[in-house]
Design a protein around this ligand. Structure first.
Ligand code: CUA
Length: 324
């Protein structure tokens, strides 16, 4: 793990973190420079033109070269800050395509993690090192915010929608997670830990074995039995129960669009606009199906709002995602 660049910053444990730190230091240096220039100038001029000093200041109306300089230079600096911030922001929000996905559920007052193979952990997130991890997050009750200072990633977790962050841990280690959105009495206790595991430890953990993290006294508890239902398989069960009267999963047309290959595709709607089928669109189609109806179909689907848990919605999405 890299040492913090400033004494006040937590360790920087991902590439994104290092990029943010460089940007942060750039901002600090610029701010310091202009602080010294402006405040220093103010103090200097109030001293040399103090009351009682002989001589009189000449009348100055304006100075064109000076005005151009103090307009152009800050403008250029601000554009650099904007452009740099934009590039970093894009890097932060767009997870690489080969990311491992973990579904995160925030609720008063804990964090729950669902892995693709169906494993569920509460308060502890286990990830392999050198592997981008995408967290797709939602809330069961109020606004929360998921923050891992060591990775410099933070994102609001909002009821009724999915948001995401991603990171890639560089070395094995443990990292603190905070909730950074005031969410009620036990907000400050809404904590979790990220355990970045070496390749061997990750394999052991996936097989349900006990592992020991360097620097930690106690070994990490076993991940539970190894027989479990993957998120996609659990989703398949729900889809078979609720959806397949109208939706097919093999590409054939029935009363509603098929689920095969639909995830990530662009669908034309009855009003002529298009929509990308992603997690939030699937959620909307489950909860308010008449809002965006695919062209060529009628709005016959009833709303399932309140009938499916957050976990079940995630399972359905993972199943639809698996139908390539
Ligand atoms: Cu959850 Cu604060």
């Amino acid at each position: 793990m890299d040492k913090p660049l400033f004494g006040t910053l937590p360790a920087s444990a991902s590439d994104v973190a290092a990029h943010w730190d460089t940007f942060y230091i750039f901002l600090c240096i610029i701010s310091l420079f202009f602080f010294v220039l402006c405040i220093g100038g103010m103090v200097y001029f109030s001293w040399i033109y103090r009351k009682g000093r002989p001589g009189k200041t000449s009348t100055v109306s304006h100075n064109t070269p000076l005005e151009v300089i103090w307009t152009v230079i800050p403008t250029i600096l601000l554009m650099i800050v904007f452009g740099w911030g934009w590039v970093l922001y894009k890097e932060m929000v767009h997870a690489p395509a080969d990311s491992m996905e973990v579904r995160v559920l925030g609720k008063q007052w804990l964090w729950q993690f669902q892995y693709e193979d169906g494993r569920v952990t509460t308060g502890d997130l286990f990830v392999p090192v050198n592997q981008p991890v995408k967290l797709v997050m939602s809330s069961e009750d109020v606004l929360h915010s998921f923050f891992i200072p060591d990775f410099r990633v933070k994102q609001d977790v909002v009821p009724g929608m999915f948001t995401s962050v991603w990171f890639e841990a560089k070395e094995p280690g443990m990292h603190q997670v905070y909730c950074t959105e005031y969410c009620g009495a036990a907000h400050s206790g809404m904590l979790a830990k990220v355990y970045a595991l070496s390749e061997e430890d990750w394999k052991l953990w996936k097989r349900g074995k006990e592992i020991k993290i360097p620097g930690m006294e106690k070994p990490i508890a076993k991940s539970g039995e190894t027989k479990r239902v993957s998120l996609a398989s659990a989703g398949e069960k729900i889809v078979k129960q609720y959806c397949t009267a109208c939706h097919t999963t093999d590409g054939t047309k029935r009363l509603a669009p098929t689920f095969k290959g639909i995830y990530g595709s662009k669908e034309e709607l009855t009003d002529g606009t298009t929509v990308t089928v992603d997690d939030n669109y699937i959620r909307e189609s489950i909860e308010a199906p008449a809002t965006k109806v695919t062209k060529g179909y009628s709005p016959i689907m009833p709303s399932f709002k309140g009938q499916l848990s957050e976990e079940q919605i995630s399972q359905i999405i993972m199943y639809i995602k698996s139908l390539k």
